[in-house]
Design a protein around this ligand. Structure first.
Ligand code: KG4
Ligand code: ZN
Length: 339
């Protein structure tokens, strides 16, 4: 079965064509970061308009890359949520129109489900697995017993990790998105110079990053008050201290999860923040402590892409399922019930 998938939930317009479980015939995307950078974050209306401008060209490029015609497509998968409603509507409307014109089935996919099973695009995931999802909008730990049996173990009550990186970057005068420039600055910094908390609530479902974010802002304000300026070495030290604290918190989340789920055979970290080498390394060390491997998909599968949407959509399309024409996009949508 050849599936054409569309992702447009936030600031990336992406199209992929997946043949079977893991043969990617095409995987293309247009990133809107340059469009949103001047605003310091994603502007929903601009995002929706940009998706509309790009989507048709990307579908044509994907078909050309795959050497296929539209009539070679057996089914469509499209992100239904969570995400920006205007942005989601562009992808859903386009996918529905194609499905209707071609007479093919189509399914709306949970974007987070896509992230969670993205490692399966490379090799079949060993189950049961714990998957730590860290993106700009979500930070949560899940248990997967198979590709569709998903339980939520722990979730942040406030900021997502990526969001916290983006906010700290803004404060430090670094560009959006904040993760990569903070990781670069942190390489020159001394994480021990500024003491930051490592909040990990006793409640196994709870997680909060706002305290850490506030502590970082206080350290910044104190520096400004004391010196009236922010030197490069302070930026590097605060970036390093913050990254170090986040790495410890996430390692703590994974360790707690593994302690409570001793039957788990593998752990994975997915989402844009998984690009961070320091965070990856600390999670790897934690998994090693528990005698299991840590999988982290390559960068292009960690950040938003349509390949993961195709993989998740395929689970339903192969069973002959299709969604109704009046299916609505969802701003919020948790992929699994609490454990
Ligand atoms: O998964 P993603 O591409 O998009 C969604 O939010 O769905 O994640 C983007 C987030 C941004 O907040 C960005 O700052 C963060 O991932 N990020 C990083 C790094 N690269 C991207 N955070 C920390 N270190 C990085 N190297
Ligand atoms: Zn995402």
């Amino acid at each position: 079965m050849r599936i054409l998938a569309i992702e447009s939930s936030c600031d990336e317009t992406a199209v992929a064509i997946l043949d079977g479980d893991r043969t990617l015939r095409a995987d293309v995307l247009h990133s809107q970061v340059d469009l949103h950078r001047v605003w310091g974050g994603v502007v929903p209306e601009l995002a929706a308009r940009s998706h509309l401008e790009r989507i048709d060209g990307l579908v044509r490029t994907a078909l050309a890359d795959a050497g296929m015609a539209l009539t070679d497509i057996d089914g469509l998968a499209v992100t239904r949520g969570p995400g920006l409603l205007g942005a989601l509507l562009v992808g859903m409307g386009y996918a529905q129109a194609l499905a209707m014109a071609l007479g093919r089935p189509w399914v709306g996919v949970n974007h987070l489900h896509g992230h969670l099973i993205s490692p399966d695009l490379l090799t079949p995931m060993t189950m049961p697995a714990l998957v730590l999802l860290v993106t700009g909008g979500h930070t949560a730990l899940y248990r997967l017993d198979d590709l569709e049996t998903i339980r939520l173990l722990r979730r942040t009550a406030d900021d997502a990790v990526g969001e916290a990186f983006d906010k700290l970057a803004k404060l430090l005068g670094l560009p959006y998105p904040g993760g990569p420039p903070i990781e670069r600055a942190a390489r020159r910094g001394n994480p021990a110079r500024i003491a930051l908390p490592r909040p990990l609530p006793k409640d196994p479902r709870a997680l909060s990053l706002s305290g850490l974010k506030t502590a970082a802002r206080r350290a910044f304000d104190a520096e400004v008050a004391a010196r009236r300026t922010v030197a490069d070495d302070f930026v590097a030290d605060l970036a390093a201290a913050f990254q170090d604290a986040v790495a410890d918190v996430l390692a703590g989340v994974l360790a707690e999860g593994l302690k409570r789920n001793p039957d788990v055979a593998a752990a994975h970290v997915v989402g844009g923040v998984a690009a961070n080498a320091v965070i990856r390394a600390r999670l790897e060390a934690t998994a090693t402590d528990f005698g299991i491997p840590l999988g982290a998909p390559p960068l292009r599968l960690c950040t938003d892409n349509a390949a993961m949407i195709a993989r998740a959509g395929r689970l339903r399309l192969v069973r002959g399922e299709t969604d109704p024409w009046d299916l609505q996009p969802r701003n919020r949508w948790e992929p699994g019930p609490w454990a």
